[in-house]
Design a protein around this ligand. Structure first.
Ligand code: IMP
Ligand code: MG
Length: 177
């Protein structure tokens, strides 16, 4: 497949970061179990790879939210398209996200999930965009801090495409394929 844009993070760098995040989470939750909550669709690859690096009992659930539509700018409006299948009261929840940009999505999700009284709730995000977060979000487990460019690959899309790229690449918005 043709390479799109400029590769920002290689497949190997992603694997190393996800393994490190898995070790950090496993250490912090040693002796208990974790409910991973993946935010669809973007987090599906991070979730799958992260879970395989974890050494504590793991359960899985997913939420689907829409915040972007097909554009590259956050709308600020978060809509739940699919809610969790299970209750999370007294569970140790780790939300798995592909990327934190404005923080609006996670801010909304944290408020929404905290009401359900989990034992604890933390965030694991593969990417955190530097400098442009509108709402400060405490991302305890993070892969990479990246510049505020629009990126695709490893779960991240532009108009539904490129999620399957095994690396992360910057998409030139003025020169789209
Ligand atoms: P936020 O609400 O602005 O933090 O945006 C979070 C969501 O926007 C992520 O879960 C992604 O689906 C999407 N998003 C933000 N930045 C990018 C990007 O650079 N590429 C692809 N999707 C992005
Ligand atoms: Mg998206």
């Amino acid at each position: 497949m043709e390479t799109i844009g400029t590769v920002l993070i290689t497949e190997e760098q992603i694997a190393d970061a996800v393994a490190r995040m898995g070790r950090e989470i496993s250490a912090d939750y040693d002796g208990t179990s974790v409910l991973l909550v993946g935010i669809l669709k973007g987090a599906f690859l991070t979730m799958a790879d992260l879970a395989r690096e974890m050494r504590v009992p793991v359960e899985f659930d997913f939420m689907a939210v829409s915040s972007y539509g097909d554009a590259t700018k956050s709308s600020g409006v978060v809509r739940i398209l699919k809610d969790l299948d299970q209750e999370i009261s007294d569970r140790h929840v780790v939300i798995v996200e592909d990327i934190v940009d404005t923080g609006l999505t996670l801010h909304y999700l944290l408020e929404n999930l905290r009401v359900r009284k989990p034992a604890s709730i933390e965030i694991a995000a593969l990417l955190v965009k530097e400098g442009i977060q509108q709402i400060p979000i405490d991302v305890k487990y993070r892969g990479f801090d990246i510049p505020p460019d629009f990126v695709v690959g490893y779960g991240l899309d532009y108009g539904g495409l490129y999620r399957n790229l095994p690396y992360i690449t910057v998409l030139d918005e003025n020169n789209l394929p």
